[in-house]
Design a protein around this ligand. Structure first.
Ligand SMILES: [Zn+2]
Length: 459
């Protein structure tokens, strides 16, 4: 079986090994703690040690295999970047499996590699679903001073294992695209520099060669959806330092894919890509890859929006003008960080021909109409149910005032905006405001853009 066929077989098998208890991105430290405590003590995966976060949550160090080449993989240094953590638990299930078509492959891994894992390096951040740790510090700028226990733990495991290869597993913004294309950067890579001169020594070269292997796997699954970060040296970041300390370090960033908001498809890509990397490191085939192939991976750019309305006609004191409007959606989460709704904002407007939308709409036949505010105040949000929302939307009314409203998650299912006061209605066509407007053709409103979502009227 060649590398391509092998990756294909892993991809096909993912469903069998998928850790079903991790269903979406917002799992907690307790969820992975119970999974780790349930790992069979007589099985091939060993719990080596436990570190503690600032708030005392466990950080686990697990190990598999006893081969000569040592790998260290750590995920979720940023608490709201969970894709690789999900994939690691799928990989633990895979490595714990037996009596199937992958027995020989597991043996190759066990005998040639020693795998060290730190899933969820920042459990305090993960429980809040935020990037930073409990002290609101970005751990990826703490590699030099090592002020925080999470950073100390990663450094200590790196030093104790003296790993040959390190996998620094993150998620990036869904707004990254592959340079000059409408393709989202589903996965982005970097072999970080270890000095300002961006020199390539053998440590960094091996990281580049491994990335070439991983790039081929992602290209096989999702052609044209891989980006490469620029390699400016960041003296405080872990990837750059771990490269400097002699571990060939690979930064992997899980990005956006159309229709994959919860990143379950990207999780499958990660499962396939990481296990394929293990194969190439175990059998040494990564050494056949050229650094030039790493440099051929297109650059990352950050030019995506969730929705772009193209060529909308807008009135101005200087007559009718045409412009594109780009809309991005931000997640607003509840207090326990278990659920969220999207709040949209206008990211930019004007000539956005160099930008790309997850969704785009050609509006050259349409005029912009600002949304109107309903002229009566609501006593409570529930009163919306008593109104003929369809009729109001067809008149261009999408904004409601409810002075007594509390932060609510139930209203997000209705295609209207509710505000506490008229002063809070911030829907003008300008950057950062909440996009609420209508598209009119021949005097008739045909579409509403409400909180950044497009709805067809008269339906
Ligand atoms: Zn990150």
């Amino acid at each position: 079986m060649n590398a391509q066929q092998h990756a294909g077989a892993l991809y096909q098998a993912h469903d069998k090994f998928k850790e079903e208890s991790l269903k979406n991105r917002r799992f907690k430290h307790a969820d992975i703690k119970s999974l780790i405590q349930n790992i069979d003590k007589n099985g091939p995966i060993k719990i080596i040690e436990e570190g503690k976060s600032v708030e005392g949550r466990s950080i686990f160090h697990l190990k598999y295999g006893q081969g000569k080449t040592v790998l260290l993989l750590w995920s979720q240094m940023h608490g709201d970047e969970p894709t690789a953590t999900m994939a690691l638990f799928d990989i633990f299930n895979f490595l714990s499996g037996s009596s199937d078509a992958f027995d020989d492959f597991r043996k190759v891994i066990r005998e040639n590699l020693t795998l060290h894992f730190i899933p969820m390096l920042n459990p305090d951040g993960a429980d809040r679903y935020q990037r930073r740790n409990a002290m609101n510090v970005d751990l990826n700028r703490d590699a030099q001073v090592l002020e925080f226990p999470e950073s100390k733990f990663l450094k200590a495991v790196r030093d104790a294992t003296n790993a040959d290869f390190g996998f620094n597993l993150h998620d990036q913004s869904k707004y990254y695209n592959v340079d000059k294309t409408a393709n989202t950067a589903a996965v982005s890579f970097l072999a970080p520099a270890y000095n300002y001169e961006k020199e390539i020594n053998s440590t960094r070269q091996k990281a580049m060669q491994t990335i070439v292997v991983m790039n081929e796997v992602v290209q096989q699954i999702l052609p044209g959806h891989v980006g490469r970060y620029n390699d400016d040296f960041e003296p405080r970041a872990f990837g750059d330092n771990i490269q400097k300390w002699g571990t060939s370090t690979i930064l992997v960033e899980a990005g956006g894919i159309r229709g994959d908001d919860e990143k379950q498809f990207n999780r499958k890509i990660h499962f396939t890509m990481l296990l394929s990397a293990f194969k190439a490191l175990a059998d040494g085939s990564y050494q056949n890859k050229e650094v030039a192939a790493y440099e051929d991976i297109p650059k990352n750019d950050r030019k995506m929006a969730d929705l772009i309305i193209r060529n909308l006609t807008v009135k101005s004191p200087d007559g009718l003008k045409t412009m594109d409007v780009a809309i991005q959606r931000e997640e607003v989460q509840n207090e326990s960080a278990t659920d969220f709704y999207y709040k949209s904002k206008i990211a930019d407007l004007g000539d956005l021909s160099t930008f790309f939308g997850y969704q785009e709409f050609e509006a050259s036949a349409f005029n912009y109409k600002r949304a109107k505010v309903y002229d009566q105040k609501l006593a409570k949000i529930g009163d919306l149910k008593n109104l003929d929302l369809n009729a109001l939307l067809n008149q261009g009314i999408s904004e409601f005032i409810c002075p007594g409203m509390k932060e609510s998650f139930e209203i997000s299912s209705l295609p209207v905006n509710v505000h506490k006061s008229a002063e809070e209605v911030d829907i003008d066509l300008k950057p950062e405001s909440n996009p609420s407007f209508f598209l009119e053709r021949d005097g008739v409103l045909e579409y509403g853009i409400i909180n950044g979502y497009m709805i067809q009227l008269n339906r």
